[in-house]
Design a protein around this ligand. Structure first.
Ligand code: FES
Ligand code: FES
Length: 108
């Protein structure tokens, strides 16, 4: 389970704020500038932010691409996405389920 930490030190934006913005539909660095308030001015955070954006479930190591693919192939509930990809099935966790629900709603 990833713990909270500051990602954008300039604007003091933490990991949880970024995940919350993703659960509301943020999928790109530009979205995160707008929705989470990261500065996106430094090269240093770029790789880490791209990594966060491309991952859905840290417990089961499931990527955004895998979840989007499962949704495109008919998984239309969080449970079905979990059956196909494992996302959201981490023991005593499930904190990525809000994001999975949002991916189902947006289809991306
Ligand atoms: S310090 Fe803001 S994105 Fe790196
Ligand atoms: S991040 Fe823990 S179940 Fe997905």
């Amino acid at each position: 389970m990833a713990e909270n930490r500051t990602i954008c030190t300039k604007n003091n934006i933490d990991y949880i704020s970024i995940r919350m913005a993703m659960a509301k539909g943020a999928r790109t660095v530009e979205d995160l500038v707008e929705m989470a308030g990261i500065c996106a001015e430094c090269e240093g955070c770029k790789a880490e932010i791209e990594g966060i954006l491309s991952s859905v479930c840290g417990c089961k190591n499931v990527s955004l691409a895998e979840v989007v693919n499962a949704v495109k192939n008919g998984a239309d509930t969080v449970d079905k996405v979990g059956e196909v990809t494992g996302a959201g099935t981490g023991e005593d966790c499930g904190k990525c389920k809000v994001l999975i629900q949002n991916i189902i709603e947006l289809g991306r």
